[in-house]
Design a binder for this molecule. Structure first.
Ligand code: FES
Length: 653
């Protein structure tokens, strides 16, 4: 008689195995993705499977309910102590006795797919660099004098096929007490780098460590620093938090920070210290918020523009301020997190910094490329990541081009008279009635529009505090559509526009959005200066996009992806009215949310993605906006609203 047939779902992998083979062994032999931390000892429960019984015409096999062995003592003990979900078995204990279909639920897969929150449907496949391994280490023996570390290494090789490990001095100090406390059974967090094939011992716990492992994906922007605390087992984001970049006090935008470093001896060191301290505080805060011991944070991944990259690493950014904009290195960096003074997290945690594309096109653009994959697109896609600097990518399967454009911080609400960060209380959306010129708006933290019932009650706690990036973009576009602005961006007077909401402001005019000054509240206006700041920002953005289109020899793109911290909130129509992006059908404009942050999360959760982005970056054509005369030309022409560079057939529909 034939050996029993085992079919694993969802992979569909199948094979015949002698009766008595543990399910985990069969899975390993077939290359089925089934997790295990304890190496089949029945204590970690990572190997849970859901066997199916009954007949399966589709698979043409009939499965008897004794297709798996009875529960053994180990499985019984686990069930009594912890309990298994109904229908689940421990794959390392249950043995194959007859034909059976075995489902591996998502949580038991090592390379499980995590659905991203962002609008696009891509998933992150879990394959983190740092994992847990449970091992039984031989006890020391008078007759065979070897060190504890060597016996740990031998156990890891024997049980997990790990040929060599490296351990820091600081780990050695923990090793002996932990081994003895765990009676020589320990869980080790090992970091396997894709860069040098070395397995580093990051942490060690007595017995089975069940507290999990975490990583921080950090998007280090010029204006804000955002961090996502991610569970390295499930990929789940446990907490997200952001703070202002304290380097702002040295200069609002990148070039002013580079000049600060040039003008002030030791200025670069000051900025390095400031940003490192802020990141460390952010890490402490986010761990506290999630209720997680910071020692469990074993990895960090950074994405940032080249100037932030250099300042983070303690490299003077002065070379980035002048042609030919040479980077100290464009390669990715793998290093110890403590070298960045990150003292709050595990002292042996590792850091990975994505590669930079060029002197002005940084690891943040690389992260956007990783997240949005323009190089895999069949149609020509323009990806713009809107921030203080806009990262712009244009490409399809044949070729990808990238540039960065100095939009300034206006899109993030900075340099705007009533501007603020996107936070509760900020006006994030606005509509202006073309006839009455009256505004209505929505505020972050409140579901209702300002003219809906209950709006006041919902905003009572935070109040209305200002206007954020997406709000100001919509405001300018709406003002243009309502005839409050002319093509050159000039705000008309009350007489010219027919509304008392156009109020004098020095020698110019401003549009009054909200006035609570009588009650001691804010008076929110969009001033002529605000319009000019947005015009500069959007011209820089459009000129960058146009430059890439020139390089590629096209005058239109098939679709546009808007990314950036507030990319998800920008309405495509308003972006187009403003002339931020080229004219495409509105349904071809999508939002990707914070693509750079997502790219950082992908690199955090999946080592193969690091290899992938390092390859992709080498193939991207870099376009330098700063030295390209055409950029200036496009910039000037793009100043009008929408702009005078190209026709807008879709907008006129
Ligand atoms: Fe750990 Fe089965 S592999 S319980």
């Amino acid at each position: 008689t034939q050996d029993p047939l085992v079919v694993f779902t969802p992979s569909g992998k199948r094979g015949r195995f002698p009766k008595g083979t543990p399910v985990l062994t069969a899975a390993r032999q077939l290359g089925v993705d089934l997790d295990s931390v304890c190496g089949g000892r029945g204590i970690c429960s990572k190997c849970q499977v859901a066997p199916s019984y009954g007949s399966f015409s589709k698979h043409a096999i009939t499965v008897a309910d004794d297709a798996l062995s009875e529960w053994n003592a180990v499985e019984e003990r686990y069930e009594q102590k912890r309990g298994l979900k109904p229908g689940r078995r421990l794959g390392c204990q249950a043995q194959i006795m007859g034909d059976v279909v075995i489902d591996v639920p998502a949580e038991s897969q090592v390379h499980r797919q995590v659905v991203r929150k962002a609008a696009s449907a891509r998933v992150i496949e879990m394959d983190p660099a740092t994992r847990l391994y449970f091992v039984e280490v031989d006890e020391p023996d008078m007759h065979e004098p070897t060190g504890d570390l060597e016996r740990l290494a031998r156990a890891l090789e024997r049980e997990w096929d790990i040929p060599a490990i490296r351990a820091d001095q600081s780990l050695l100090a923990r090793l002996q007490p932990v081994l003895r406390k765990g009676k020589f059974q320990v869980t080790v967090a090992l970091h396997k780098s894709h860069a040098d094939d070395v397995a580093r011992v990051i942490e060690i716990w007595p017995g089975l460590h069940e507290g999990g492992l975490y990583g921080l994906a950090i998007d280090l922007g010029s204006t804000t620093i955002a961090a996502h605390l991610t569970d390295l087992d499930t990929g789940e984001v446990k907490a997200s938090s952001g703070i202002m970049n304290p380097q702002i006090r040295f200069g609002e935008d990148l070039m002013s920070r580079v000049s600060y470093a040039m003008m002030n001896p030791g200025g670069d060191k000051e900025m390095t210290r400031a940003v490192r301290e802020a990141i460390d505080a952010l890490a402490t805060g986010i761990a506290e918020e999630a209720g997680i011991d910071p020692i469990l944070i074993v990895e960090t991944v950074f994405v940032c523009n080249p100037v932030m990259h250099h300042l983070l690493l303690g490299i003077d950014p002065v070379e980035l301020g002048q042609a030919p904009f040479a980077l100290a290195t464009s390669q990715s960096i793998s290093m110890a997190a403590r070298e960045l003074d990150l003292g709050a997290i595990n002292p042996r945690a590792r850091t990975y910094i994505l590669p930079c594309i060029a002197g002005h096109v940084g690891a943040d653009a690389a992260a956007v490329a990783l997240s949005e994959e323009p190089g895999k697109s069949e149609d020509l896609v323009l990806v713009v990541d809107v921030g203080t600097n806009a990262e712009i990518l244009l490409g399809d399967t044949s070729r990808v081009l990238a540039c960065s454009s100095p939009t300034g911080p206006a899109f993030e609400g900075a340099q705007i008279s009533s501007g603020q960060r996107a936070a509760p209380g900020a006006i994030e959306a606005i509509r202006i009635d073309p006839d009455t010129k009256e505004p209505r708006f929505r505020v972050i933290g409140c579901d209702k529009w300002s003219d809906e019932e209950g709006f006041d009650a919902e905003t009572a706690e935070t109040g209305i505090t200002g206007i954020c990036g997406s709000g100001i973009i919509e405001a300018v576009a709406e003002m243009r559509m309502a005839g409050l602005l002319d093509e050159s961006g000039l705000i008309g007077s009350a007489e010219a526009t027919g509304t008392p909401r156009s109020v004098p402001e020095g020698r110019t005019h401003a549009y009054l959005v909200h006035d609570a000054s009588a009650e001691g509240g804010p008076r929110i206006t969009v001033t002529q200066g605000d319009i000019r700041a947005i015009q500069l920002a959007k011209s820089a953005l459009y000129a960058g996009a146009r430059l890439l289109m020139d390089e590629r020899g096209v005058d239109h793109v098939d679709r546009v992806v808007l990314a950036g911290a507030f990319g998800a909130h920008i309405s495509p129509k308003h972006a187009m009215v403003l002339g931020m992006i080229p004219d495409v059908p509105l349904d071809k404009v999508t939002s990707a949310g914070n693509a750079a942050g997502t790219g950082a999360r992908i690199a955090l959760c999946n080592v193969a993605a690091r290899v992938e982005i390092e390859r992709v970056v080498r193939q991207i054509t870099k376009v330098e906006t700063a030295i390209e005369p055409k950029f200036q030309e496009h910039f000037v022409a793009a100043n009008a609203i929408p702009h005078k560079t190209d026709p807008f057939p879709e907008l006129s529909k």
